[in-house]
Design a protein around this ligand. Sequence first.
Ligand code: FMN
Ligand code: MN
Length: 490
Amino acid sequence: MAYKDLRDFVIRLEREDELKRIPEEVDVDLEITEVTYRVSKRGGPALLFETPRSAKDGVNFPIPLLINALGSKRRLELALQVDSIEDVAHRVEHLLDMKPPEGFFDKVKLLPKLAEMGSFFPKSVKDGPVKEVVERDSLSLTRLPIMKCWPQDGGRFITFPMVITRSPKTGRRNVGCYRMQVYDERTTAMHWQIHKGGAEHFRWLERQGRGRRMDVAVAIGSDPATMLSAILPLPEDVDEFLFAGFLRQQPVELVKCETVDLEVPANAEIVLEGYVDLDDLRTEGPFGDHTGYYSLEDKFPAFHLTAVTHRRDPIYVSTIVGPPPMEDYWMGYAVERIFLPLMRKQMPEVVDMHMPAEGIFHNLMIVAIRKSYPGHARKVMNAIWGLPGAMFTKCIVVVDHDVDVHNLREVVWKAFNHIDPERDIQFMLGPVDQLEHASRLPNFGSKMGVDATHKWPSEGFARPWPDEIQMDAATKQKVDAMWSKLGLER
Ligand SMILES: Cc1cc2nc3c(=O)[nH]c(=O)nc-3n(C[C@H](O)[C@H](O)[C@H](O)COP(=O)(O)O)c2cc1C
Ligand SMILES: [Mn+2]
């Protein structure tokens, strides 16, 4: 059975000794960050701060704050209810392998799978726990334990929301996790970067000129697979809630909002309803970001609150980003593993792929390929720069299939042995991540591909290529046999 909601997951984490309750008063301004940072850096548990407080405002919040809930491999496996993330990757592979049926018997055979797919579609329901309390008047974000994460942050930020919008062009839903800086009791920023789904919907509002406002619903806290779906770089027309249904193998149940024409997960802890306005762009930031640096101030639309619905006893879920690795590294790891099969569908030559934590995902991707033709590594780079999400990758290192991309020592050893830098490095201009602080312009800059594969004569490499040093099997066997007599065992 899928997790019913966030608290169902909390119970499981607690049972698995993966969660620590903290009854002490800890301040939402900086203190929760410092505690979580230390715990995160030693691979510690999820934290449930039962009494978050604000010394500045002189309040203790009646709402507990959950953080670091997905901050380890084990907790991700628990979140996705698998023994290994590879199990999810295999399910994705299986889904992609569904061939169109040819004859009658093929159709019959396929039926159960299609029925399974159909059962993942979001389901509309009349009511849900998120409607236990409905507030339309006297709204205030000050009741939520929203964190100021780092000293130079421009304010307090909601860091783990599911932001739901509908495309003014196609009517299709998008769900993305975009941070929201609190301006006052009823207004926040909406930090959807220009390449993201929400921003594209906002642009269509402008293009269509049929109004200046767009409905937005923000859900905070739900079953973990649904929360994860908001961070996945899915193709534009794929509904994140459908993918969430696939991940949890049970449909996401949705209820209608009170004041906007959108639906939200019925099992959510808290929902903020409101709108963004084309005429109301404001300064957002700075914010201590997942690059380990502050992202600077920039203009983003303001989000105006029109209603809040929540459970009687909601849990507020948060996360912090900062110098890696942090909780988001593990979320990114799940993305990497779940998307590898999708990447391999388009590029079967890709054997494996890895984005090391310190590369902050978009700075470094190592890809192993089975090379089949001259220039193959460069074809792969170009294809990756054309994928959603991966398009931002600042440096792609392409290695041969016999390199273990997860072993950075092996990657450095083999890749740097194999390159003649001037020949093997490819520069490319294009869109870069909005968080990128070194590029010549915001959102536009260069990327680098390194072809660290063996070079072939057909690529103009005329010299012989040396073999990797390996002892022969016979000698190894002889040494195995004498090993115990050598007195070398510790
Ligand atoms: C903790 C966390 C915070 C994030 N904050 C933002 C953000 O503020 N703005 C943004 O555009 N993307 C942010 N992202 C990345 C997006 O959630 C991610 O790109 C997602 O795929 C966007 O969905 P979309 O493609 O439907 O727009 C964040 C991701 C995580 C894990
Ligand atoms: Mn999307």
